[in-house]
Design a binder for this molecule. Structure first.
Ligand code: SAH
Ligand code: SF4
Ligand code: F3S
Length: 478
């Protein structure tokens, strides 16, 4: 598999059930200029713009969708209004995220969108389906992530004059792989190893929007890792909604821990990350792999969602507070010191003051390096949508603030303990001021430092920490 030359993707912003399975196509009305007219062979510039919302899996899906478009002769442009094909790769995890796309679509109403292919991809596409055409009739493609393997075919239908096409099938064994993947970062590569989710957390749309679990074969993963290494990528981030539930369909049936080791063994690969792990499937073999191979990063993202067993039961998370804490103890017993991060939902239906205080006490016990915290948002088709959501938005907001303040103190104390220590960084960003750079440690901590060198992006450097804040560290090059 070849990688396309590195051109920054137009715009990558940001931070699952019943098969509908059909392609709806209707011929373009004779009076309106069809997409066909714009995309006739010989037309010089066929351009595309993709804007992405949501998780890293969405970001990576957009990289693959961009590959599909490049293969068909489109080139990326920054301005959505100047593009022939405009795709929004959407997220519906919380209501706010889902609403964003409709304001974006509004830009293309009327003459602005005429003759263009405007598509809605991702989790809102899967969730809203045909409704999107009703709310925004100028949209011509609606496709959920489990149907992306059909994208070339759907695009061909649009190019040959069909006005509306849909891919909403989730009933598939296949994963989405492309000949060309237009990766946005030249040194850190995302790689999806398992798609969909077979868990059934009562608040979550993902099993509905991304379909059932499908793992990619280890042979195909390792082949791509070798190609990525040959192209100069040194960090691989393995992705999945429950990445550690990976089940190799290849005959040699590598476990997730074996796969981590095999990726880490690949010449040229210096760092292997993986996200997101589900606590129930997190076994000692993963900790042993981290201990065994320094290239496997010493960081585990293990979403807990709540510190209260009764809330966890209502969330259908399949573990108790104590079982989660046993997993944490197992991770803490590793020879390497492993950084921990988590996701937390506050204000789940019926969460009382006592249950919330158990989440606060869990923070004190675990001492996470980072948390991502959210107010519960009722989502369509999920069991929690109909649970009694007695908490007001104000109360949820105030719990969120309390939680984040508690964590801020923990992070500040933890970060201050790193003063004087040296770490290896992969430099991945420029700082705000000239001569400033930012990089990540293996444990995923951000360290800022100054250097007059112009060429540090993608390089590994050694820094010594001089100052610490709650969210980042400051250091000097060693
Ligand atoms: N697969 C991952 C997380 C997927 S979504 C896991 O199992 O942990 C990322 C995070 O969004 C979740 O961990 C959860 O904290 C949050 N989230 C999901 N649904 C939500 C909802 N309905 N309201 C608020 N937060 C939600
Ligand atoms: Fe959603 Fe739960 Fe699956 Fe994570 S494990 S994606 S929270 S259903
Ligand atoms: Fe959002 Fe879908 Fe990812 S709902 S978080 S984009 S799986």
């Amino acid at each position: 598999m070849a990688d396309a030359p590195h051109v920054p993707l137009a715009s990558l912003t940001g931070s699952a059930h019943p098969a509908v399975g059909r392609a709806l196509s209707s011929p373009a009305p004779a009076s309106s200029p069809g997409v066909k007219d714009l995309l006739l062979p010989g037309r010089v510039s066929k351009s595309f713009h993709i804007e992405t919302f949501g998780c890293q899996m969405n970001v990576h899906d957009s990289e693959k969708v961009a590959g599909v478009l490049l293969e068909r002769g489109y080139s990326p442009v920054d301005d959505p209004l100047a593009a022939d094909v405009i795709f929004y790769n959407t997220c519906s995890i919380r209501e706010k995220a889902a609403q964003k796309v409709f304001s974006r679509l509004g830009q293309h109403r009327g003459p602005a969108g005429r003759g263009k292919i405007i598509g809605v991809l991702g989790c809102v596409a899967q969730q809203e389906g045909e409704e999107i055409f009703e709310r925004a009739p100028w949209v011509s493609l609606v496709c959920g992530s489990a149907s992306y393997r059909r994208l070339p075919d759907l695009l061909a239908q649009l190019e040959s004059g069909n006005r509306r096409v849909m891919g909403l099938d989730t009933d598939t064994e296949e994963t989405f792989e492309t000949e060309i993947t237009r990766r946005d970062n030249p040194f850190r590569a995302y790689l999806t190893i398992i798609e969909g989710c077979d868990k059934a957390c009562s608040y979550c749309v993902v099993p509905y929007t991304r379909g059932p679990e499908r793992s990619r074969s280890s042979d195909s993963i390792l082949r791509e890792v070798r190609e990525l290494a040959a192209l100069g990528y040194s960090e691989i981030q393995l992705l999945g909604q429950t990445v550690n539930s990976y089940r190799d369909p290849a005959p040699r049936a590598l476990s997730f821990a074996d796969l981590l080791l095999a990726v880490a063994e690949t010449p040229g690969i210096r760092r292997v990350r993986f996200t997101t792990s589900h606590p129930r499937d997190f076994g000692p073999d993963i900790v042993a792999a981290i201990d065994a191979h320094p290239s496997i990063c010493d960081h585990v993202h293990l979403p807990v969602q709540s510190g209260s067993t009764s809330v966890l039961r209502r969330m259908l998370r399949t573990y108790t507070r104590d079982e989660y804490l046993e997993k944490i103890a197992m991770i803490r017993s590793a020879r390497r010191s492993i950084a921990l991060s988590t996701d937390i939902i506050v204000g789940f239906p019926g969460e009382d003051a006592n249950e919330f205080s158990e989440t606060l006490s869990l923070l004190d016990l675990v001492q996470y390096d980072q948390i991502f915290s959210f107010k519960f948002s009722p989502r369509p088709h999920t069991p929690a949508e109909h649970m009694d959501d007695a908490l007001s938005e104000e109360e949820k907001g105030s719990r969120l603030t309390t939680l984040q303040e508690r964590q801020r103190e923990i992070q500040l104390r933890r970060n201050q303990s790193f003063a004087g220590q040296s770490f290896e960084l992969l430099v991945d960003n420029r700082g705000h001021k000239p001569g400033q750079w930012a990089g990540r440690t293996s444990s995923n901590r951000v360290v800022n430092f100054a250097s007059p060198r112009p060429d540090l992006l993608g390089q590994y450097v050694q820094v010594r920490v001089t100052q610490a804040g709650p969210n980042s560290l400051l250091g000097d090059l060693v």
